[in-house]
Design a protein around this ligand. Structure first.
Ligand SMILES: O=C(O)C1=C[C@@H](OP(=O)(O)O)[C@@H](O)[C@H](O)C1
Ligand SMILES: C=C(OP(=O)(O)O)C(=O)O
Length: 434
């Protein structure tokens, strides 16, 4: 098992983070559906994006890297039945979106994943897909992987999402492309809209009307569109670790360049500003998914309340927010975030336990937690477990840099799913780890 020791340090400087995981995986799937060869700059080579890319290649697409530019040659929509089970690794996004893409194709596909992915709920995508007529078997014990999809002709649906989930929304929209008749999804809260933005960029019709998103069904032929050249912005959720770390350090400064600034992803910036950090953004590219620069100047932070519509737009940042909330003066209350319990780990329970190991007073609730700051951080006596969850490992590493003794984190290989350069970037920003 890989472990890391993080030493106390003051971080700051300039960084560019790897490509966005959500966008990279959607591009892999849509480029596999397109006719011709797409050229993609900035594709994430982390494990989640690579398992999705390999899965679409098992379905008939092909790829090659020319230096760090990715070329994907698509199938035009004629996927072949893969010779083997598709191993989706740790990727919830890859699994759920691909299920939507395949439900209406005349092939049978089985998907499996690692221990963490095999615990995650898949009934949330099976339910709407089955309403569309899909034949899906979830052979795990609790509506979990392995999942077998026997592709069949689908019909469009009008679906109110029971939870705010961009993965379920995107799954249904992708399935809707191959259905007979229109498909509409209605979201309870706005979630990341990379799927809709990519559809627009590729010329796939999509109608966005507030929380209601529709695609016309193209029947078994599916949508016909040509490959395009696309640039993936840096992953805001990866940048978030540095943004949060520097925001909580009075006087420290950070510049993050070429990072995604889709406003459905950047609610962390609003929270940190509310807590007292100085943050500015500059948009440098507004085609498709916006991209730009984030400038951060740290300060003494103050507690805040986070809930409602804000939650989906910072869902993956909540572990690191809870970590730096320990340094803020006053209570930070997180509510409406029950989805955190079904991520790569139960992120509420994991962060609460780890914060307590740092000597922080935390109270857990079913849908969030209250962090009572400011804490005088203690160095945890035992190594902290990631539970195979990349965001837990990285959030704990950020808090570890604020202690006065080294902190050990166990099971850190999971960081490679989204941010393989994380430890190098920690050093680049003045941190120390081994
Ligand atoms: O659509 C996506 O790319 C994602 C949506 C979110 O999950 P949910 O849709 O399950 O909330 C997020 O947590 C995940 O990291 C990526
Ligand atoms: C929840 C995450 O990813 P996924 O659902 O794609 O596994 C994440 O990256 O934090």
């Amino acid at each position: 098992m890989k472990s890391k020791i993080v030493y106390p340090s003051v971080l700051g400087g300039e960084i560019r983070v790897p490509g966005d995981k959500s966008v990279s995986q959607r591009i892999a799937m849509l480029a596999a559906l397109a006719k011709g060869t797409s050229t993609i700059k900035g594709f994430l080579t982390g494990e989640d994006a690579m398992s999705t890319l390999k899965a679409v290649c098992a379905l008939g697409a092909s790829y090659r890297f020319v230096d760090d530019v990715l070329e994907i040659t698509g199938t035009g929509g004629t996927f072949k039945e893969p010779a083997n089970t598709l191993d989706m690794g740790n990727s919830g996004t890859g699994t759920r979106l691909l299920a939507g893409l395949l439900a209406g194709r005349p092939i049978t596909v089985t998907m499996t994943g690692d221990a963490s992915l095999s615990r995650r709920p898949m009934g949330r995508i099976a339910a709407p897909l089955q309403q569309m007529g899909a034949k899906i078997e979830l052979t795990g014990e609790k509506g979990t992987l392995p999942m077998t999809i026997h592709g069949t002709q689908l019909k469009g649906i009008h679906y109110e999402l029971p939870m705010a989930s961009a993965q379920v929304k995107s799954c249904v929209l992708l399935a809707g492309l191959f259905a007979d008749g229109k498909t509409t999804v209605i979201e309870p809260h706005p979630t990341r809209d990379h799927t809709e933005k990519l559809f627009q960029a590729l010329g796939i019709p999509v109608d966005v009307n507030g929380l209601e998103i529709s695609v016309p069904g193209f029947g078994s032929a599916g949508p016909q569109f040509a490959a395009r050249d696309i640039t993936v912005p840096g992953d805001f959720s990866s940048a978030a670790f540095w943004i949060a770390a520097i925001a909580a350090r009075p006087g420290a400064e950070l510049t993050v360049r070429k990072v995604g600034l889709n406003h459905r992803r950047t609610a962390l910036l609003d929270v940190l500003k509310r807590m007292g950090a100085q943050i500015e953004t500059e948009l440098t590219d507004d085609q498709g998914d916006p991209m730009g620069t984030v400038f951060v100047r740290g300060a003494q932070l103050y507690g805040t309340e986070i809930g409602g519509d804000e939650i989906p737009n910072l869902i993956d940042e909540l572990p690191v927010i809870s970590a730096i909330a320990a340094l803020a003066d006053g209570e930070t209350v997180i509510r409406d975030a029950e989805e955190l319990r079904v991520k790569e780990s139960d992120r509420i329970a994991m962060m609460a336990a780890h914060l307590r190991a740092f000597g922080v007073e935390v109270s857990e609730s079913p849908d969030g937690m209250t962090v009572h700051g400011p804490a005088v951080l203690k160095t945890p006596v035992k190594p902290l477990a990631s539970d195979g969850d990349h965001r837990i490992a990285m959030s704990v590493a950020v808090l570890g840099s604020f202690t006065d003794q080294p902190v050990t984190i166990d099971d850190t290989a999971c960081v490679d799913t989204s941010y393989p350069d994380f430890w190098n970037h920690l050093k680049q920003l003045g941190g120390n780890c081994e």
